[in-house]
Design a protein around this ligand. Structure first.
Ligand code: ADP
Ligand code: MG
Length: 582
């Protein structure tokens, strides 16, 4: 084929695709425009996950009547004028691409009135063409309405996820800007229901109470550069925000948020700097809750790196990372409360191991009564399995010799010594048992003696409402209880004795991830298996160890836990002979 210039409508759609990936990108760009316009009220409305309609209303500066069409043309911006401006960006937007991009892939209308103008200006743009313009009454500020997103880009439309998933992404955007701008009152209405609202009080902690849940607030430690006597007043980077106490860890990084000059950024290594600050304080593979805000001279950070402006480049990377780590670590070391031992996770296990532990916990409010189909999973940490079918064994039969460090089972096999990680092995066993129960729609649930109220974040609450059937199939019986609180009546039998709020939150975090259920069923099951599995630090009787090893032998994939870590290490006779010089 010869080389040809693409017709402008195709070129525009390609360019738009860089900026507008999904409904949440539209929300992000429109909210950024409202904030850049100095709004103190930002109202976001969405229907059908944003594909039907997205509307952002602000009380900002508005656009002058003679500039509205210009705002929709590519590379038209009021925010930068010269090359120098580009090297010190102080606004959220600067490329003049968002409105043009949205206008190219949706039906957009704008009603705006700038200060000093009598009437507002209404303009409609469809597929990049202006199709209407008139004077209309307007309260001031700007209302942008985006309908039928991607109606003319079927390839993109196909890649959108479920309404619930797209809606969750939109909530995420609004929540992050509400955190970055505590003085702005945000509201988000989804399909006619108020999904989120920030107080606009100017107090970050008030927003965090709304986004992380009120129960998280007492567990947050303030990072305040003014409290740091070692920080020079002219420091190049100022780190502020709130970090969770180490016991408040999470399975994913949704609640580890980073902002640079009030811009939410995604930066793996910056996130890693925060996680490093918790080194030795939280379990490996868990993530802290941390809202970290960086302030620095805009000349020292390049935001013109990524089409969505969510990645940034620092002039002095290692200085920034060092400062983040130091600031967070300082607060953790000086303010962290002494770690509280959770019931059942104690370093000094009850005599008798698993069974004793279970009994002790059942007195803490859990009913040890079996439900109808709990035969498959009696409420013991280690049920004695039926005789294994020798043909089904994938692991050679092992003879248990003892326990090492309350962590590993020592066993002998036909070819040497085997060390079995008791947690990883039990995780594998529970995982397969749970998967089998789910496949048979027979997950053992356990009624709680008293329903438990659990506080959730708005996103978790949303997931709860959208995945109640899925939750029920896992053994959770829940119902919304007003606001961001839910009532838990039953939990999966497999996690009896665990900290129910934590397990529920982790499960919801997992369910809220893409891809939507039931594809990620195995990940949710892995979360439950991990919570329910016996921990390191629990001493086990010979009989319990034998039962566990026998069950492991019968597993489909006995050699790894559901996360892929090994369950068994093998020291062969050959290796031993070599090492001993025999
Ligand atoms: P950018 O934000 O990068 O400048 P946009 O395409 O998002 O590009 O917007 C183009 C211009 O339209 C902005 O520079 C701004 O002057 C104006 N504008 C857009 N949205 C608003 C709004 N909500 N309030 C006031 N002005 C706006
Ligand atoms: Mg913009």
């Amino acid at each position: 084929m010869p080389i040809r210039l693409l017709p402008p409508e195709i070129a525009n759609k390609i360019a738009a695709g860089e900026v507008v990936e999904r409904p949440a990108s539209v929300v992000k760009e429109l909210v950024e425009n409202a904030l850049d316009a100095g709004a103190t009220e930002v109202h976001v409305e969405a229907r059908q996950g944003g594909r039907r309609l997205i509307r952002v209303t602000d009380n900002g500066s508005g656009i002058g009547s003679d500039e509205v069409e210009l705002a929709f043309s590519r590379h038209a911006t009021s925010k930068i004028a010269t090359m120098e401006d580009l090297s010190a960006i102080r606004t959220l937007g600067f490329r003049g691409e968002a409105l043009a991009s949205i206008g190219a892939v949706a039906r957009v209308s704008i009603l705006t009135r700038a200060a000093g103008e009598e009437a507002g200006t209404f303009v409609r743009v469809e597929g990049g063409e202006r199709t209407a313009r008139e004077k209309r009454a307007s309260p001031g500020g700007t209302i942008v309405t985006v309908e039928n997103l991607f109606y003319n880009v079927p390839a993109r439309l196909k890649f959108l996820k479920t309404d619930a998933t797209e809606a969750a992404h939109m909530s995420n955007v609004v929540i992050r800007y509400a955190i970055a701008f505590p003085g702005v009152h945000f509201s988000l209405v989804r399909d006619g229901r108020l999904a989120f609202q920030s107080p606009g009080s100017g107090v970050l902690l008030d927003v965090l109470a709304k986004t992380l849940g009120a129960s998280a607030v007492p567990q947050l430690l303030e990072v305040n550069p003014d409290d740091d006597p070692t920080l020079p007043p002219n420091a190049a980077v100022r780190v502020s925000g709130y970090v969770g106490v180490p016991s408040l860890h999470r399975s994913n990084r949704d609640q580890l948020m980073l902002f640079v000059n009030r811009r939410w950024v995604q930066d793996r290594s910056l996130a890693y700097a925060v996680i490093q600050a918790y080194h030795g304080m939280i379990p490996t593979r868990r993530n802290p809750v941390a809202i970290v805000l960086l302030e620095m001279d805009p000349a020292n950070v390049d935001v013109n790196v990524h089409p969505t402006k969510s990645e940034v480049r620092f002039r002095n990377r290692s200085l920034v990372f060092g400062e983040v780590q130091r600031a967070v670590r300082r607060v953790l070391v000086s303010q962290s409360p002494v770690a509280q031992m959770r019931a059942g996770a104690g370093a000094a296990p009850a005599p008798g191991g698993g069974m004793e532990r279970f009994r002790a916990l059942s007195q803490l409010g859990f009913e040890a009564q079996r439900t109808a189909d709990s035969e498959a999973a009696p409420p013991s940490a280690f049920p004695v399995p039926e005789r294994p079918d020798p043909g089904a064994r994938r692991l050679l039969p092992l003879r248990v010799l003892g326990q090492l460090g309350q962590m590993y089972i020592i066993a002998e096999g036909p070819d040497g010594l085997y060390l079995i990680d008791q947690h990883a092995a039990h995780e594998r066993v529970m995982y397969e048992r749970l998967m089998a129960q789910r496949a048979a729609a027979k997950v053992a649930a356990q009624q709680l003696l008293e329903p438990l109220t659990v506080e959730l974040t708005p996103l978790q609450m949303n997931t709860l409402e959208e995945t109640r059937d899925e939750l029920a199939s896992l053994g959770f019986e829940t119902e919304p209880f007003g606001g961001e609180t839910c009532l838990v009546r039953a939990v999966p039998a497999a996690i009896t004795g665990e900290d129910v709020p934590t397990v529920l939150r982790d499960t919801l975090d997992e369910l809220g991830q893409e891809p939507p259920p039931p594809v990620q069923g195995h990940r949710v099951t892995a979360v439950l298996a991990c919570h329910g599995a016996i921990r390191a630090g629990c001493s086990l009787s010979m009989e319990e160890m034998r039962a566990l090893v026998q069950e492991l032998e019968q597993s489909e994939a006995p050699r790894t836990c559901p996360h892929g870590r090994p369950t068994v290490l093998h020291l062969s006779m050959g290796l031993l002979a070599r090492e001993f010089g025999r």
